[in-house]
Structure formats: structure tokens, C-alpha cells
Design a protein around this ligand. Sequence first.
Ligand code: ADP
Ligand code: MG
Length: 319
Amino acid sequence: MDEFELIDQIFQRPEGSASQVAIGIGDDGAVINVTAGKQAVVVMDTLVADVHFLESQPADSIGHRALAVNLSDIAAMGAVPRWATLSLTLSEVNEDWLNGFAHGFFELAGRHEVALIGGDTTAGPLAVCVTVGGEVEAEGVLRRAGAQPGDFVYLSGRIGGAAAALSSNEGYADPVLHRALCWPQPRTELGSALGRVANSAVDISDGLLADLNHILNASGGLGAEIEADSLPLFESAVALLGPQAALELALGGGDDYELCFTAPQSRHQEILETGHRLGQDLFRIGQITEHGGCRVRGTAIDLDAISPGYQHTWPSSIS
Ligand code: ADP
Ligand code: MG
């Protein structure tokens, strides 16, 4: 299969001709219909084999993940995703792998009505780079900046599961933790619904403490008080690693792709109703304070040992 057959047979799909796509795959560039009155949001994330995923990991989960991490950024901006481009660097042309990759990618793209409009295909060490474009009304843009003292802090789901899956072979074999690591579910509906309710948002890729710190810094050097007891941990992470280690991974592990956001206390009911309407569990985990830094109450964990921005690598021992 040469490069053009590969694009034709695997990546050129009828879904790519959705209404927003004027010209899709097959020309020198794609042309997109833009909605009058909206702003475009563009995000990009690169995944390198054995850094961001294991080459031995099922191909469909790699396709899913490459798109999911980008949709998560779109969600954190309060936008609705519309199109994607895909740059693939392949160490070999393995049709089974490519079909698996495409299956994972298009299954998620279909659920979020995202059209693949173009890309690039080159030979080299396996890496995947995805760009996603979305739209948002100017008043609905969510930013890291905007948190206010007194805001409640929320999470869109459980955290620490991906890091627990990476922490041991037992963790990787646990179906719930494995799913958290390999099949993150981007919170796009929630993100766009929060646009006019929340003050600030970030998606958790580097760990709660590191990413919440982005909100605190961008919002002018605020602080946060998080209640350890209110952090939604994965039961299987607690069972496997014990409560202390599970909590450490929730605070510093990363790869969660849940939204962390803040909203005025007066909007708490609205936040709960939004979660309820979307069938999305939301967890209130603490409050924004005036003075700098993030404190976690109810634990003896040394936060300095965790934050900021702990970045894991994928141990090659896990298969
Ligand atoms: P050019 O030589 O102009 O860069 P290419 O031959 O690289 O064009 O690509 C031809 C068409 O196929 C373009 O529309 C491009 O966007 C698309 N394409 C290339 N690789 C991919 C891919 N991995 N996924 C989706 N579309 C792709
Ligand atoms: Mg060209």
C-alpha cells in the first residue's frame, strides 16, 4: 500500500464531507464553512511512541487517545469541536495496525461529529499529531484566567486512574484503570455547557495540582484549598495501592483528561443541574482563596514532592 492508497482506503471517509466541510481530503488544503458570529478555537497535541503511548498498545486505543486529548483541550476552552487534521509518522505500513488506529480514531470522531479534513503521512519513528478546530461564541470562551476568591472548584470525574494503571502490571490489568488510561473520554458537552457558568477551566493532563496551579497563576496568583476527602478517587486504585498512594497519584499523576473548573458559589445549583442534564458526575473538591498556592486539607502528603508538573514516562516493562 503506497501513501495515496493508504489515505484513500483508510482515512478518506464519507463523514469527512459533513456540512461544515466545503473541501475535505484530496486537495492541497481543506476549506471549512465557518459559523457567522462564532470564534474559531484550534488545539494540537503530539503523541510519540513509547513516550505518550506504548507501541505495543492496541492500535485502536492509540487512535482514540490521539483525538481524545485534543478534544479535551477543546472542551477546556468551552468550544464545540468540528474538524481534525492528522499527521502520521509511520515506522512501517501495517494494514491491521492502521485499520485498528482508524477504528479508534473514527469511533470517537463520529460520536463528537468531528470530520477528518486532511493530514500528512510520512515515514519515521511512530508518532501521531492531531489538530482539532472548534467553534465557540465569544461569551462562551473558558480560560485558565478568571477564577475569583470564593469560587468553588470542581472536577468532571474521577482522577488518578490513568496513573494507577501505569504504576504496576496489576494496575494496567485492572479493567477500570486500564480504561481510564487508554480510553479517556473528553468532556466536550460539559465544556461547552460551562462556558457561561464557570469562571475558569483547564483539562488535567499533568496532574490536578499542576493544572489547578495554571488556573491560580493565570487568575493573578490566587490560592486554592482542596479537601482530600472530597477528591474522587478510583475504588480500584485505592484497593490496589492503598488510600495514600491513590491520593498521591490523583494529585500528581496526570493523564486524567477530566476538566477542573471554578464557578461562583451562587452558580452551584446551576453547575449541579448542568451535570445532571448531561449525565455527568461532577465533584466539588474545594474553594479558591485569595492567597497564593494550593493547599490540600486532611492529608499529611508533602505537596512539594508532587507539584508542579510531574511528568511520567511510560515504563517499557508494562505490556
Ligand atoms: P501535499 O503533497 O499537497 O502535502 P499530500 O499528498 O500530503 O498533499 O496529501 C494529499 C491529501 O491527503 C491532502 O488532502 C491531505 O490533507 C490528505 N492526507 C494526507 N495524509 C493524511 C492522513 N494521515 N489523514 C488524513 N488525510 C491525509
Ligand atoms: Mg500540496
